[in-house]
Design a protein around this ligand. Structure first.
Ligand code: ATP
Length: 320
């Protein structure tokens, strides 16, 4: 394979740039030409969106959040006619292999291109960590660290005012971010979509904490489980305690990627090039038991992502 291209799609995630850099540098190392396509699948239609990468063009990006290729949501890419147009465009440009860096939706698009004859490999990158087939996705670790930083700040002010702080975090329909940040941040309660919350028990514990002269408490709510405002209102009504709500929003997506995400992006970027070189397309790079491996792209959107119930149970033991 001589000529490959890379794009980023769906929501941006810190560490995407490390993955782009690794695709480019590993590709050039193996004497391939590597092209960058801007704005995800939306960029697969106009030549102005494709540009060749050189070694130097990915210098100074490993520490930057976001993606230098920009990303986009392109719902029209679900249509076969649009996919076929993209295939024609890639063929005319002489692209033999494509690396798609993104989340589950992006891999449906990647799989469609693979079916239409473009050799395609996926790299999982989403802060939500909700992609089946891989233990980790790029961006999750940084997002959890960003939330911990916010929690540390909130605890300072919560302690001073003796209040219950309720923090809503991202994760779409999954509670992986809330669970990890909740345990690492010492939250008194964690509310996730995968498990029905027992609000009476949570309120009882908050009141017991006050009895033990606890000055403040923190509840982490995954956006897919409930609105933090609704939880705040319920807790206030059931306990009479003063609550304050913080919705962290898009700050969770930004920031300089953590070492873990830079390393994961670097390993997966190089692995994606290796898969194309070995003619193993239709696959997604994956981390399993700390080893980089590959699973079928289909598994990334049809497989089941198992919620770590044992970690959730640990959070119930530790949160007092
Ligand atoms: P994140 O988890 O960060 O949101 P994602 O990749 O899941 O990332 P989506 O918006 O679901 O984000 O998908 C990104 C893009 O992938 C869509 O805008 C569209 O271009 C393409 N896509 C999504 N679903 C399909 C599909 N069923 N067929 C073809 N292309 C798709």
């Amino acid at each position: 394979m001589q000529k490959i291209a890379v794009l980023t799609s769906g929501g941006d995630a810190p560490g995407m740039n490390a993955a782009i850099r690794a695709v480019v540098r590993a590709g050039l190392y193996h004497r391939m030409e590597v092209y960058g396509i801007e704005r995800g699948f939306a960029g697969l239609s106009s030549e102005s969106k494709m540009k060749p990468f050189s070694l130097g063009s990915v210098a100074g990006i490993i520490h930057r959040g976001g993606t230098i290729l920009h990303t986009a949501r392109a719902p029209e890419f679900k249509e076969k006619a649009v996919q076929e147009k993209a295939v024609r465009y890639l063929r005319e440009a002489g692209i033999e292999g494509l690396v798609v860096i993104g989340g589950g939706g992006s891999f449906r698009g990647a799989h469609a291109l693979q079916d239409l004859g473009i050799k395609t490999v996926g790299i999982p990158a989403t802060i939500d960590q909700d992609i089946p087939g891989t233990d980790r996705s790029i961006g999750f670790d940084t997002a959890v660290n960003t939330i911990l930083d916010a929690i540390n700040r909130l605890r300072d002010t919560a302690t001073s005012h003796e209040r219950i702080f309720i923090v809503e975090v991202m994760g779409r329909k999954s509670g992986f971010i809330a669970l990890a940040a909740g345990i690492a941040g010492g939250a008194e309660a964690i509310i996730v979509p995968e498990i029905e919350p027992d609000l009476d028990q949570i309120c009882r514990r908050l009141l017991e904490g006050i009895d033990r002269k606890k000055t403040h408490s923190l509840i982490l709510v995954a956006e897919g489980a409930a609105s933090a405002y609704a939880i705040g209102e319920t807790v206030h009504q059931k306990t009479g305690l003063e609550t304050r709500v913080t919705v962290l929003g898009h700050v969770q997506r930004g920031g300089t990627p953590s070492a873990v995400d830079r390393l994961l992006g670097s390993r997966m970027g190089a692995a994606a090039v290796e898969l194309l070189r070995r003619d193993s397309s239709g696959m997604m790079t994956a981390l399993r038991d700390d080893e980089i491996t590959a699973v079928s792209l289909v598994e990334s959107f049809t497989g089941e992502k198992v919620f770590p119930k044992n970690l959730y149970e640990l959070s119930l033991v530790l949160a007092r």
